[in-house]
Design a protein. Structure first.
Length: 458
């Protein structure tokens, strides 16, 4: 981008009246220079080995903030142990929580989800961990991505290893063939450390505490660092054949797995479902299903009430004895959203059938359904007031049963979708409300059905 000036042997650039250089980009690609985009702090923008820009549209593949005092069994398989224990408390999942020094004891924490690795598009894994000891003899601690079984040899993976030769190294393993970095500086004990992995098409990068990056290129003749491209996240502690001098522990304070560059076109609801936050399972202890749907069991009959819940679950199976018609709203289901979460409801489907006995020959049955959102209490009589909120009722539709309805007769399902989605706040209630304005209390007549509530918890 040079300009010649008459009478000069060199090249200079002209300037405008403000001193800004007047330049044109060269048209010959062979003579063109290049520029590097950077942030206001001068940090260059990054790209993958293949030139894909590393932009901010990253996708969360797995995340655990380690909330509460129980291992989230929607995310982890935490009970693969022999002679050791795994426990969660104080914001950590700790392997060898009982400080066992027993020879050949081990503890393995492994994610349920297997992380897909797409070689052309980097996968970033960040572990926030602390250890109680420096690498020592007769102890192996590993943290990374791979699929070990117990204390057995790893067949594929990318990991940090606190080895029994008292070193800390980065490791890549392809089909059992390992490549290791030079020994790294041992981690300070009982303080938090960031152990980051970046897995790319040509190499794997290891970065400890945002410091020096160490790379391991793919082994000669191999297309990728691992042979299996769907692997779980794991951590494990293994005592050697002789008891270690100090009981080893590793504690996980947070884990993030990020898919970079490649955008899977999932909406946020799908992404949360991938993270184990589908409304069909609880996000808090004990992480079980949220619907009333026990295996091979009839639902117990609900005691219909305006002020108490027939069931405290997020929908599921129900049944109730036929009652005389009245304009009372019944709280058939009342589900309290766990503290710290919001429930998003995308759609509700309700079915109902007559069982037990033939219906009244004089009086039909009409069931009027609605959903209540954001009540501060179970009772449907709750009123708006100081720190109290009545349920916001939304009609869903009606189901009817004619005179002398036969046993086994079913009303058409009610199916409702919500756009925007219904939102129930932390600690508030979602009610499935039923009013039966016309009916007869026919002896032995039972109404049974299902309420399906589809959504997610954030």
């Amino acid at each position: 981008m040079a300009f010649k000036q008459a009478g000069r042997t060199g090249s200079i650039a002209d300037v405008d009246t403000d001193g800004n250089a007047l330049v044109n980009m060269p048209l010959d690609p062979k003579k063109a220079g290049f520029v590097i985009p950077a942030s206001v702090d001068g940090v260059p923008f990054e790209a993958t080995e293949d030139g894909h820009a590393l932009v901010s549209e990253d996708t969360i593949v797995l995340f655990d903030q380690i909330d509460g005092n129980a291992v989230n069994t929607n995310i982890w398989n935490p009970y693969d142990v022999s002679g050791m224990t795994i426990a969660q408390s104080g914001g950590f999942i700790t392997l060898n929580a009982g400080l066992a020094t027993t020879a050949n004891a081990w503890a393995l924490l492994k994610s349920i989800k297997h992380i897909p690795l797409y070689p052309e598009f980097p996968t970033f894994i960040a572990f926030d961990i602390k250890v109680n000891v420096a690498p020592q003899a007769n102890v192996t601690i590993e943290v990374g991505i791979g699929n070990p079984s117990g204390a057995g040899a790893l067949a594929d993976g990318v990991l940090y290893r606190f080895a029994s030769d008292a070193t800390l190294k980065g490791i890549t393993n392809n089909g059992g063939s390992e490549t290791a970095t030079a020994p790294m500086t041992a981690l300070a004990t009982n303080v938090m450390h960031d152990l980051d992995l970046l897995i790319e098409v040509g190499d794997c990068e290891f970065e400890v505490d945002d410091d020096t990056i160490i790379e391991i290129p793919n082994a000669a003749g191999l297309p990728f660092c691992v042979g299996t491209t769907r692997l779980p996240i794991f951590m494990r502690v293994i005592n050697g054949s002789s008891p270690p001098g100090t009981a080893p522990q590793i504690s996980l304070g947070r884990i993030s797995v990020i898919q970079k560059v490649l955008k899977p076109n999932r909406d946020w609801a799908e992404s949360l479902a991938v993270l184990g936050r589908g409304a069909y399972q609880s996000p808090v202890t004990g992480f079980g299903q949220t619907a009333n749907h026990a295996n091979s069991t009839n639902p117990t009959s609900a005691a219909l009430s305006n002020t108490a819940a027939g069931y405290t679950t997020l929908g599921g199976r129900y049944q109730f004895a036929a009652v005389a018609g009245a304009v009372t709203d019944f709280a058939l289901f009342a589900y309290q959203v766990p503290a710290g979460f919001q429930l998003f409801v995308r759609n509700i489907v309700i079915s109902c059938a007559n069982t037990g006995a033939i219906g009244s020959a004089i009086t039909p049955t009409i069931i009027d359904w609605s959903v209540g959102v954001n009540s501060s209490a179970v009772s449907l009589a709750t009123a708006d007031g100081t720190n109290t909120w009545a349920p916001r009722r939304i009609p869903l539709g009606m189901q009817t049963f004619a005179l002398s309805v036969a046993v086994g007769s079913a009303a058409p399902d009610i199916s409702r979708s919500f756009d925007p989605q219904l939102v129930v706040d932390s600690g508030r209630y979602l009610h499935i409300i039923m009013q039966i304005p016309v009916a007869a209390a026919t002896a032995s007549e039972i109404f049974r059905g299902d309420v399906m509530i589809n959504g997610y918890l954030e």
